[in-house]
Design a protein around this ligand. Structure first.
Ligand code: NI
Length: 216
């Protein structure tokens, strides 16, 4: 491989690692990609960061209380959409905690926001498990799961990369995944994303201009 190409590839991966991926440190081979074959983490990261393709779209999933939920159920609210899985050791819980804190900082205006956590591990993240997990971050947080196909469709719409990575031990696998926080408008249209590691004050400040504004 020519040097330039090699450097280009390395810098793309550097960007991916810094900005968007919740990676296991297992170092084991990836066994299955969540998205359509051929779409790598770097490609999907590029799509999101440079707004190359539409982001968001319909989903039809089950919430942590057992209620079927569609994207259209949240119209009129600002959706904060986050994809992850409950066994994620650090990035997911950290980001969800910051989302919860941001909503607390917004006070009564938090009612205008629908924070949504969509699992990328539907095999293990059952409704029951989510019902124990999401309330610890914020009372408004909605946990969504569904069939592997339904999750794949939602992830595809949001250009989310995810892949199972086998590990030794009881958990059998971890899930590498991109972990952007997507901000969707009251009409369901994509407004932008916040990178992993965004602090609660920054999340609150990003939401603020959209709050208290009547729906057009
Ligand atoms: Ni994670």
């Amino acid at each position: 491989m020519p040097d330039a190409a090699r450097i280009g590839r390395r810098s793309t991966w550097g960007k991916v690692l810094r900005l968007g991926l919740c990676l296991s440190l297992a170092g084991a081979g990836v066994v299955s990609a969540g998205d359509a074959p051929g779409r790598s983490a770097a490609e999907l990261m590029d799509v999101v960061m440079w707004n190359r393709e539409p982001i968001g779209g319909p989903f039809s999933l089950i919430d942590h209380t057992g209620k079927p939920r569609r994207d259209t159920d949240f119209r009129g609210k600002l959706m904060l959409v986050y994809f992850g899985y409950t066994l994620c050791p650090d990035v997911c819980p950290t980001d969800l905690q910051q989302i919860g804190l941001a909503l607390e900082q917004l006070g009564a205006q938090a009612k205008e926001v629908a924070p949504i956590f969509i699992t990328l591990d539907p095999e293990r993240d059952t409704r029951e498990l989510l019902s124990n997990y999401v309330p610890s971050f914020h009372a408004q947080l909605v946990g969504l799961t569904g069939s592997a196909d339904a999750i794949r469709e939602a992830a595809r719409a949001y250009k989310v990369y995810y892949a199972k990575v086998p590990v030794a031990g009881w958990s059998r696998y971890t899930v590498d995944h991109s972990s952007f926080i997507y901000l969707m408008g009251r009409d369901g249209k994509y407004l932008g994303f916040l990178p992993p590691g965004t602090t609660a004050p920054r999340i609150a400040a990003t939401l603020k201009p959209y709050l208290g504004v009547p729906r057009r």
